[in-house]
Design a protein around this ligand. Structure first.
Ligand code: IMP
Length: 217
């Protein structure tokens, strides 16, 4: 069975594909499907955006679809950048520009007050708009300068609780064991496994039948 992964971010796609690899599903990136336009992320929350991406993409592609939306919530900035994480420093800001703005806003804030978390919501939707959401959170601290060349986004500034290296210094395997996305995908795994079980028990083998949960959006 195919699962469309509604992301055009190559870093995210790589992490999500690795996290899906043991499921009997063929993960297809949205970039492989012609005619799929990018979904506008204008929701008020991370959850809204994850649902919107999954539901709109599933309807157009007529495939079971998984989407992830992630934000970095910094306590000293009252939860900012949050849902605006991608465009913190402006509409087309680069990762480095966003990091620079974050460091500027945290100037003078003591290390023990630089607590933050990545929040990742994964939504799984079918072509009929049925959708289920799961969430993963990774708590940590924002450093005073970037460290490491791996990962993406805010990774060079983020040290997860219990770690001494930033996400950008950890190997992809370690990040994929402890990250917000890994935690959300563990829950998504349970949802997808149940869906696969239900589907084989029901003997349905239509291309893309109903997904697991039962929230119509
Ligand atoms: P998106 O809207 O889910 O694509 O992500 C919003 C922004 O959050 C991205 O532009 C990245 O800057 C940041 N982001 C998302 N996931 C991660 C991650 O795993 N590590 C670091 N930054 C991330």
């Amino acid at each position: 069975m195919q699962l469309l992964v509604a992301s055009r971010n190559k870093h995210k796609l790589k992490e999500l594909t690795a996290l899906l690899k043991d499921l009997p599903l063929e993960a297809i990136p949205a970039t492989d499907i012609r005619g799929l336009s990018e979904v506008v992320e204008d929701g008020a929350t991370i959850r809204d955006n994850a649902i919107k991406k999954a539901v709109e993409t599933a309807r157009v592609a007529k495939k079971l679809t998984l989407a992830d939306d992630t934000g970095l919530e910094v306590d000293a900035l009252k939860g900012e950048p949050g849902v605006r994480s991608a465009r913190f420093a402006g509409e087309d800001a680069t990762y480095h520009e966003n990091n620079k703005k974050l460091l500027q806003q945290l100037e003078g804030v003591a290390y023990d007050k630089r607590t933050a978390r990545f929040r990742c919501v994964v939504a799984i939707a079918d072509e009929n708009g049925l959708c289920e959401c799961v969430e993963g959170i990774c708590n940590g601290t924002i450093l005073e300068a970037e460290r490491g060349g791996g990962g993406f986004g805010y990774d060079p500034l983020f040290i997860a609780d219990g770690q001494t290296k930033t996400f950008a210094e950890l190997s992809p395997e370690v990040k994929n064991r402890i990250s917000h996305r890994a935690k959300a995908m563990q829950k998504a795994w349970a949802v997808l496994s149940r869906y696969l079980r239900e589907r084989s028990a029901g003997g349905e083998d239509d291309a893309q039948p109903k997904p697991p949960q039962r929230e119509r959006v």
